[in-house]
Design a binder for this molecule. Structure first.
Ligand SMILES: [Zn+2]
Length: 140
């Protein structure tokens, strides 16, 4: 009974944030944030966060850089995808309506990254800030 409850709580934590708040995930967010900041315009960089079946570690599958605002992906969502992460310009740190809609439609959490905060949209369309100002220092 105790183990069942523990598993339930663990599962709940995983759904809430879990791997998406892990040190590996934070390093991935920092990579995306750095890639976006290298570009002159307010372009997005986006990637699938994919769990390797072999050892459970996470890797990024980068999308093509968008040349007018939004990154794009053509083709199938990679197997093992646990989230879609993308950057927003500093001026629009909140999830867009499209972000909320897509998280529900795809049933995949969507992570929004800016230099000042990281927000996760859950598959029910709710969202919350998981890291605030100074979060990039955690990536070192
Ligand atoms: Zn967005």
């Amino acid at each position: 009974m105790f183990i069942t409850w523990l598993r339930f709580v663990t599962l709940l934590a995983t759904v809430e944030c879990g791997d998406l708040c892990s040190a590996a995930a934070i390093r991935d967010y920092a990579k995306l944030n750095a890639a976006a900041s290298l570009m002159r315009h307010a372009n997005e960089r986006a990637a699938f966060i994919v769990r390797r079946p072999s050892d459970g570690s996470l890797r990024l599958v980068m999308w093509h850089a968008g040349d007018v605002g939004e990154a794009s992906w053509t083709g199938r969502i990679p197997a093992g995808t646990i989230a879609i992460a993308h950057t927003h310009p500093p001026s629009t740190p909140d999830p867009s309506r499209k972000d909320l809609r897509e998280a529900k439609r795809l049933r995949i959490p969507i992570v929004i990254i800016t230099a000042r905060r990281v927000t996760i949209v859950q598959i029910d369309g709710t969202h919350r800030e998981v890291f605030g100002a100074g979060w990039t220092r955690r990536a070192r």
